[in-house]
Design a protein around this ligand. Structure first.
Ligand code: SF4
Ligand code: SF4
Length: 322
């Protein structure tokens, strides 16, 4: 582990903005910055997750006009500064879905391969955090290129060559500073539900009455899925304006009534309990079946921002009790 003076790190980041698109916490949300003076956190984690960098809410796949098709090029390089370890893990999960051998997604991959993830340890996790349920933790570094730990005027930093080389000449010896206690305190403050075996349990719960019970309060607004760093459902549509046409990809949500509406008018998931079941099944049954990992990282956004207090930790606990 190394030590880096905060002021000097921010000066360096300001210089890097000439060559990189830099994203960082900007108050409530995560966004592109032009200067490090914009970096500000209103809470431990940001509301809009870093998935927007690699899977924007709206993006043009190509533009077209009378047979002339243009695919946008993207040669940008990205630094994602100050993401949380849970969000770094969520990006690793998105990689599994978009960077596949059979169906690689060039739009996602182009942005992702040119990115550097600098995660920041959570010294005081929020009451809604439960990353430890999924083998991660507030000081987990494995899914990021570097991990920084805030120590007041300086950060402790560890990472790979790609990330550390950004700060060449600024890294000092850490003087043997120990972070074990800090890490343990942060981990101990997190109350996570037990999830082990939930994937197998869910396999026989497709017709369980639990879905009606856990979805009763839901108003199907979709906030949980839009804010979720691992949710990646999208729709594709053609839009035209002023003689310009484009095919665009936009976020979609399995919580919306029309998500599975077919052209015939038939809708296999008309009832909201079926949609809640889909959301839970995807994260805790289908995802582990496909990728051997749960599709949730315990960031807590869906708990914090649900307008009617649907709490996925309580749903997990209820499933485990069946
Ligand atoms: S945020 Fe809450 S109310 Fe909205 S769809 Fe999700 S669970 Fe339902
Ligand atoms: S399901 Fe909820 S807690 Fe899990 S990753 Fe998505 S937003 Fe975070």
């Amino acid at each position: 582990m190394k030590k880096i003076d905060k002021k000097r790190l921010f000066e360096r980041l300001n210089n890097l903005i000439k060559d990189y698109v830099v994203y960082a916490p900007k108050g409530k949300d995560f966004g592109k910055i032009e200067d490090t003076s914009e970096i500000k956190r209103e809470s431990i984690n940001v509301r809009l997750s870093p998935k927007q960098v690699f899977l924007p809410q709206e993006e043009a796949l190509f533009t077209f006009k009378q047979g002339d098709i243009k695919v946008p090029e993207n040669n940008e390089k990205y630094i994602l500064f100050g993401i949380r370890p849970c969000d770094a893990k969520a990006i690793a999960l998105l990689d599994k879905n978009f960077d596949t051998k059979d169906f690689p997604d060039p739009y996602y991959i182009d942005r992702r391969k040119n990115s550097i993830l600098i995660a920041e340890a959570c010294i005081e996790p929020e009451s809604t955090c439960f990353c430890t349920a999924f083998g991660s933790g507030p000081f987990e570094s494995k899914d990021a290129d570097a991990l920084i730990i805030d120590r007041g005027d300086y950060y402790l930093i560890d990472g790979n060559e790609k990330a550390l080389s950004l700060f060449d000449g600024l890294l000092e010896d850490d003087g043997g500073e120990k972070i074990l206690e800090l890490k343990k305190k942060a981990e101990d403050s997190i109350k996570s539900p037990v999830v082990e075996g939930i994937d197998k349990k869910l396999s026989s719960m497709i017709d369980d009455p639990i879905w009606d019970e856990v979805s009763r309060k839901c108003i199907t607004c979709g906030a949980c899925t839009y804010l979720c760093p691992t949710c990646y459902c999208f729709d594709i549509q053609d839009v035209g304006k002023d003689d310009k046409y484009m095919r665009e990809r936009v976020w979609d949500s399995c919580m919306f009534t029309v998500y599975t509406l077919e052209a015939s008018g038939h809708n296999p998931r008309k009832e909201k309990e079926k949609r809640m079941r889909q959301r839970v099944m995807h994260k805790f049954n289908y995802y582990p079946f496909l990728y051997d990992e749960y599709g949730c990282v315990g960031c807590g956004r869906c708990i914090k921002y649900c307008p009617v207090n649907v709490d996925i930790r309580k749903i997990i606990t209820k499933i485990m009790e069946v």
